[in-house]
Design a binder for this molecule. Structure first.
Ligand code: UDP
Length: 350
């Protein structure tokens, strides 16, 4: 430190903070930060000291403020707004686009809104990125549609029905990938895209409707577990902490030789009926009922993680499926116990 700096004390400090290079003073925007995955990413983002401001925009369609209520951090700011119309006075060094429903009953109920959140949302978010800033997007294994190869490598171009019941989600994700990768090609966007296979865990909505959370909430509510079709269809199920760690490693590292979309998920494939049986076993033998098969339900999903292993050495899904389901069950149990206690307190007060 030179003599002049020593004399100027607080003023020097202020000047230093103002003139810090981009790498040390980051304004970050996350769209969909109140959602299941987005809120977990907020937790990770706030562990980074160089993040000086984290703005979370969410319209609370599928997200929930309960997911961010523990974020007692002055750097964190929540704005309730649609991503497509979100306005800000400044641009951001990093932008994370998580604003989309991911559960079939939710996106099928509002297909236009799903398409808009992904594609129009991405267009808006690109406008809010600083020149040279980084854009990260959570895409999905749904871009593969009905898989013709197993496991699915990133190079598999997919077999998707653009007029089918899952098309609003599948094609919105595909079109958003196209928008982002073409923006990188034409404008040099610093881009990270992950293709997430099925993710489950705490902070899933009770009424989300995806298999694991649905089976758990059904069983805890004393209702039969509903399996669509015979349940032989399978998925790879990744516990949320493993997937979030994979994303954080991929999104935050500065230099990569690999520039394409990255599969992230659990390599262990388990059938839906086996999950139903396991949840039933954990909850005292709730009955399982078989309903009509879901239309165009993919028969299987399993990530080829060859590239992930090269790009993120040492990363893999470590939480065994059985353990992850038990943790998720506990989280739902605690939530319903808390709700019940709150209801009893209200009733006692009345
Ligand atoms: N599923 C089911 N019963 C349910 C919810 C889902 O049998 O109550 C099945 C669904 O048909 C699919 C699998 O579980 O084969 C995974 O569905 P989910 O909605 O979790 O995710 P997807 O991979 O279909 O997007």
């Amino acid at each position: 430190m030179n003599a002049r700096n020593r004399q100027n004390g607080p003023l020097r400090l202020l000047k230093e903070i103002m003139s810090k290079p981009d790498g040390a003073n980051k304004r970050v925007l996350i769209a969909g930060g109140c959602g299941f995955l987005g809120s977990h990413l907020c937790d990770e983002l706030l562990k980074r000291p160089e993040v000086t401001k984290l703005v979370c925009v969410d319209n609370l369609w599928t997200g929930d403020v309960a997911n961010i209520k523990h974020l007692n951090d002055q750097r964190f700011h929540f704005v309730e707004s649609d991503v497509e119309t979100f306005r800000s006075d400044h641009l951001f060094d990093e932008v994370y686009h998580f604003a989309s429903p991911a559960s079939p009953p939710w996106y099928m109920a509002e297909p236009a809104r799903t398409i808009s959140a992904n594609i129009v949302g991405a267009l808006r978010l690109l406008e809010l990125l600083k020149p040279g800033g980084r854009f990260a997007y959570t895409s999905t294994s749904e871009v593969y549609g009905e898989p013709l190869v197993t496991p699915q490598p990133e190079s598999f171009r997919g077999w998707v029905d653009c007029t089918g019941p899952r098309s609003s989600y599948d094609e919105a994700k595909r079109a958003t990938e196209a928008l982002l990768f073409e923006t990188r090609r034409t404008r040099g966007l610093d881009l990270r895209v992950t293709r997430l296979f099925n993710v489950y865990g705490p902070r899933t909505r009770e009424d989300d409707g995806r298999a694991i959370s649905n089976f758990i909430t059904q069983a805890l509510g004393g209702k039969p577990i509903t399996v669509f079709g015979d349940g032989t269809q399978s998925r790879s199920w990744g516990y949320v902490s493993d997937l979030v760690e994979g994303m954080a490693r991929f999104f935050w590292r500065d230099t990569f030789d690999y520039l394409g979309p990255l599969n992230l998920g659990n390599e262990r494939e388990i059938s839906v009926i086996d999950i139903a049986r396991y949840v039933s076993e954990l909850t005292g033998g709730q009955p399982i009922v078989h309903l009509e098969p879901a239309p165009q339900d993919p028969t299987n999903r399993c990530p080829d993680l060859t590239i992930a292993r090269q790009v993120l050495p040492g990363w893999s899904c470590e939480v065994p499926f059985e353990e992850g389901v038990r943790r998720t069950l506990e989280w739902f149990r605690e939530g319903s116990a808390a709700q019940q206690a709150a209801g009893e307190t209200r009733a006692a007060r009345a």
